[in-house]
Design a protein around this ligand. Structure first.
Ligand code: CO
Length: 210
């Protein structure tokens, strides 16, 4: 493992290299950010959003938490979402999970892990909704990966349930929502679910006075 000092050294090299390739790079980013994407991903260190999507500083607005959750009482996530949608006016929101996610694995067990139980409870709910389908799979890895996919779908629909997204859909026909799952074993992203702006899923959640 690297000493933290090597991180600072690498940063100096990166800044110098970046300026060498594009002398106005930092100047252009200094006063304005206009990312087209909001990324909601897992905190897992093996899934760095910019690196795996070939994007640079300024291109993706990022929120990460354990198991890429969209929890409606999470003030942090809601603040990021509101700013991204209403101020930055992002065109796309990507919820990106990853196969082998430890958060999802932990949520499938009955082990108490302290405070994090409360966060993982949200994933247990997704498991409960799809228990028959998931439990019909033979090996444990497939069951975990199935819940990882279903969890991404659930979090995308959780975005669509917010008044923030619904209001934007009404006002500017955006952003489009995407559910992706990243493979730790091959570095590839699998798109598994889409919700175009204005999609309908269950009228119970659709506000008619926005
Ligand atoms: Co994870």
């Amino acid at each position: 493992m690297k000493s933290y000092l090597t991180l600072l050294e690498a940063n100096k090299n990166w800044a110098a290299e970046t300026v060498k390739n594009d002398s106005t790079f930092f100047k252009n980013l200094e006063n304005v950010q206009t990312p087209e994407y909001l990324w909601i991903g897992c905190s897992d260190s093996r899934v760095p959003p910019n690196e795996i999507t070939g994007t640079k500083p300024g291109e993706i607005f990022i929120h990460r938490n354990i198991a890429n959750m969209v929890v409606h009482t999470d003030l942090n996530m809601l603040s990021v979402l509101q700013y991204a949608v209403e101020v930055l006016k992002v065109k796309h929101i990507i919820v990106c999970g990853h196969y082998g996610c430890g958060g999802v694995k932990a949520a499938m067990t009955r082990k108490s892990l302290g405070l994090i139980n409360k966060w993982l409870r949200n994933i247990k709910d997704v498991y409960r909704y799809h228990k028959t389908e998931i439990d019909s799979l033979k090996d444990e890895g497939s069951r975990v990966n199935k819940l990882i996919e279903l969890n991404v779908v659930e979090q995308v629909t959780n975005l669509a349930k917010t008044s923030i997204v619904q209001k934007a859909w009404k006002d500017r026909q955006g952003p489009h929502l995407h559910g992706w799952v990243y493979g730790l074993n091959d570095g590839l992203i699998h798109p598994i679910f889409e919700m175009e702006a204005g999609s309908h899923f269950d009228e119970l959640y659709e506000f008619d006075n926005l």
